[in-house]
Write a protein that binds this ligand. Sequence first.
Ligand code: ZN
Ligand code: ZN
Length: 281
Amino acid sequence: MTTVDEYDANNTMPEDDPNGNTNAAPGPNRWGKSHAGAQELQKMYGEMRWKRRSEVFGISAAIGTFVVQGALLLSGILTDIWWHILVSLFLGALAADFISGLVHWAADTWGSVEGVIGKGFIRSFREHHVDPVAITRHDFIECNGDNFLVTVPFMMTALYLQLTGNEETMREWRPHTWFLFSLGIYVAMTNQIHKWSHTWTTLPRWVEFLQRTHIILPRWHHKKHHISPHACNYCITIGFMNYPLEVIRFWTILEFIITKITGSIPRSDDMKWAEKTIHSE
Ligand SMILES: [Zn+2]
Ligand SMILES: [Zn+2]
């Protein structure tokens, strides 16, 4: 079996080759854990004890909510119309995919690693571009804490309404509840799905099946995002929304408008981190 270190040394993410980012210097593993920027960013995570605690809280609270919500849905499943459930699950996945794209695009394109939001949130996006396989070394908490945490407020609100609402109304709202459940699960699992899309060895067969069928983000699909300048295919939950959004050039138009209004240059901070290796190796 390939160990993590062997994997990093010999089989660094296949999408590394075509990148040709600003680091044109020859040599193996331009990107990866030897990258000066990646090391600095990973060190920053280790120094944030509060961040780790918030991730543990997010995962515990979200799992508790999902279990209760799932039990309520399953207990009434015989009164549901099966295709209502399927449509709701699919729409929930699409909505989560779009949200993943929006958040990913915003964090990749704007801002810096300064301040609480920068250190606590944008930092991981910068790290991911200079060391794309670092995510495969992150444990479940580091990988998924943020995503589980953001589902807590809206899933708890939904659960509260469900438990305190009128029985008749709740029955009518069940397709919406299925939608919310699917949205919540997919949002929570987005970065785990993203991690799997970077794992080229040792994936369980059922995960590969889900990737092949686009029920989760396929590996070949996400590779395109990692080609410099990391400006397409931002959706990383199921990846389905990337097709229409790329056709209408959604992100490019959004960036054009924001640059016109604010004068900010897209991905300027991301490029700054990418260039670090030139001076440090
Ligand atoms: Zn990215
Ligand atoms: Zn990625």
